[in-house]
Design a protein around this ligand. Sequence first.
Ligand SMILES: Cc1ncc(C[n+]2csc(CCOP(=O)(O)OP(=O)(O)O)c2C)c(N)n1
Length: 337
Amino acid sequence: MDKDLMLSLYRDMVRIRRFEEEAARAYTRGKIGGFLHLYIGQEAVAVGAISAVEPTDYIVATYREHGHYLARVGDMNAAMAELFGKVTGCAKGKGGSMHFFDVQKRFLGGHAIVGGHVPIAAGIAFASKYRSEPDVTLCFFGEGTANIGAFHEGMALASLWKLPVVFICENNLYSMGTPLYRTLAVEDVAVRAKGYPMQQEIVNGDDVLEVREAVRRAAKRARNESLPTLIEAKTYRFRGHSMSDPAKYRTKEEVEEWMKRDPIRILANRIYALGIANEAQLQAIDEEAKREVAEAVKFADASPPPDPAALYEDVYCEAVPEEDKIVPLSRRVQAGG
Ligand SMILES: Cc1ncc(C[n+]2csc(CCOP(=O)(O)OP(=O)(O)O)c2C)c(N)n1
């Protein structure tokens, strides 16, 4: 086992956990507007998968993407500022929690429409293949996504055109408040791969090393043979679907049972067993992450909001006629309108 790798995976997971715990606190203090979907409990999937590919490979994720962003881009200041709606955020404060983005680091969203990003991921992989570039695309989504039309379109095209994409289903057993058995006719999402067809694999999504190995195999297949794969990572989210969800649809006992499989604890135990680090050393990593989060909150708090004039920048339409422009309410009030 590579000692540095194990510690770096541990650090990445702890950074995500502490970041999100603080985001939840900031949300209740009214610092964050809109939705906030926490990734707590699922960290091993993003960290394991993204550690398995090249920094030049593309990442496409859902609205539950803070973890994927931190695993790839790592910039806590830009992440917290985006949550706070500040101009220093990774989407200039105009995307918020569900729309993290970093083109330079090839982190292409942050997508709020369930399944809408699956054909986008297939399209990115198509572009790589068309241009004879070696890059692979990782596409993350939940098991609820496997019932959406766009999901099937993306998978079908990826298989037909033999695209270098790895689809990673994070099966956390619930789509909002609906349990898997009420929405899926099959127990494992992975079996759906057979119909397109493409290679499939089921992994323990709470084991960062198992996820990493599966994604390495799939990324190799994508890069060397230009073939897609569907990986299903079985996991669990410890918090509600979003901050506004009291999560009444799960029993306390069920949540506690899954919390015994906390991915961070599993990796810590492996690190101890292999003699890679002791408790004090892991505690130091934790403290460092907390310090970093506190700095990120200060940074986000001190940053200005975007200028209202920037509202029409970075949008698809090129010019908006003056009469169609939305005048910010504050200006209308000033103008007596
Ligand atoms: C097309 C569409 N329909 C409905 C919604 C509302 N919605 C947001 S998240 C969600 C559940 C998705 O569950 P899953 O794919 O399992 O992902 P998870 O939230 O568990 O990560 C739904 C129905 C949406 N965003 N987009």
